[in-house]
Design a protein around this ligand. Sequence first.
Ligand code: SAM
Length: 433
Amino acid sequence: MSNDARFFAFLKDRIGLDVASVGEAIIERAVRQRCAASSAQDSDGYWQLLQTSAREQQALIEAVIVPETWFFRYPESFSTLGKLAQTRLAELMGSRPLRILSLPCSTGEEPYSIAMALFDAGICPQQFQVDAIDISPLSIERATRAIYGKNSFRGEQITFRDRYFSAEVDGFLLNQRVCNQVNFQAGNLLDPTLLAAKPAYDFVFCRNLLIYFDLATQQRVFEVLKCMTREEGVLFIGPAEGSLLARLGMRSIGIAQSFAFSRCAEKADVPPAAFVSLSLPALAPATFTRSVANLPLRASPRSFAPSPLVRASARAIPAPAGGLDSDAASLLVNIASLANEGKSTEARVACERYLTLHEPVAQVFYWLGLLSDLGGQTAEAQGLYRKALYLQPQHPEALAQLATLLASQGDTAGARRLQERAARGLSKEGRNR
Ligand SMILES: C[S@@+](CC[C@H](N)C(=O)[O-])C[C@H]1O[C@@H](n2cnc3c(N)ncnc32)[C@H](O)[C@@H]1O
C-alpha cells in the first residue's frame, strides 16, 4: 500500500503515533480492517471517508491504540506515591486536597491503583482527587464500569483485589469508594486546550505513551506535562521515557523502579530508607505492541515496542507473516490470544505444543518466560528468556524483560549489559533502515 503514508501522517497528526515506533504493519492492518468494516471500496475510498467522518476517524484511532495496562503496574511507583503524598499533605496542612492526573489512563487500572495506593497509605477520600484521561472513549467507558478480568491483575502481589473488589459473574467489581475518587474524561494529550483551564497537579502519571511519539512530539508533550505538574510536584513516567526529561531540567527523584521525576530533585522528600543508589535508565519492560508482529520471520524492521501480553481483540493480533507454515502461524496467534485472555495454563500448553511440532522460535520461549515471570517463577523465566536470546540475540522484549528481572534481583551490571545490547541493536537497526 504505497499510499499508506497519508494514514501514517493522519495518525501522527491526530494522536502523535510515530509509525517507526510500532511498525508500518500494525497501522496498515488497522487501515485494512477499517476499510473492510466501512463501506469503502479501497484505500482511496477509505481515505475520502476518513476526511469527512469524525466517527470513522475515532474508529481508526481505536483500531491502532492498544489499551494495555494492569493494576499496580510498576508497584514501586505506587508505594513512592503514597509516601510523597503523605509528605505533601503535611506541607499543605489541610488547605486543599491533592490533585493527581493519570493521562493516558486507558481502561482505568492506573488511576484506580493511584486511589487504592493512597487509601493504603492512610489518606482519606476528601484529601485527594484523581483526574483520568484517555483518547479512547471506549476505554473510558470500560473504566467507568470498573469491572475487570484476570488480565488486569498480574504478578504475585494481588492481595489488594480481596480488599477492594468483589467477585461478580463477569469479573471483579471495584468498590464504589475507590471509584468515587476518580473523574474520567476522554481527551487527547496533544489537544492544547486540554486541561488549559485546570490548575496544575501535585502528581502526574503519563506512562507508556510517549515512547510511541517521535522526538519532536515527545519534546512538545514533555513541556506540556511539565506545565501540568506543579513546581514542587512529581511526574511519573514509563521506564523507557526518562532520557528526554533530563534535558528539560527535570531530575529523577532517585527511587529505583519508580520512574518519578521532579523539577527540583532536592525538594522530593521521601524517607531516606526508600532511596537506593541505582536509577536504571531502564528499557521498557512492557506495553503497546502485538507480539506476533515482532516475530523474526517477517517482522517490520521498525516494529520495536516491547510488550508482555497483548490484549485479545480482533485488532490486536496481526495476521501471521509469510515464512511460517499455516499451522505454526495459527498456533502462534492462538498462544497470543490465550495469553491475552489471562489463560496462562492453556497458553503454556500451546507453547509446548508449538515446540513439539515446529522449529523453535525465540518468540515462543519469550512467551514461556513471560508466563513463568508472571507466575513468580523467576529462575525459570530467566532461563527461558536466555533461550529466546540464544535463538534471537536481539529479541527486544526478551532483552527488556531479562534486564528488568536482573535489576529486580540486584544484578545491575547484568541488567545494564542487556540494556546496552538492546540499545546497540536498536541503533544498528536504525542504521540499516
Ligand atoms: C499502553 S496504554 C498506557 C496506560 C497506562 N498509562 C499504563 O501505563 O498502564 C496507552 C494508552 O494511551 C492512549 N493514547 C494514545 N494516544 C493518546 C493521546 N494522544 N492522548 C491521550 N491518550 C492517548 C491509548 O488509548 C491507550 O489507552
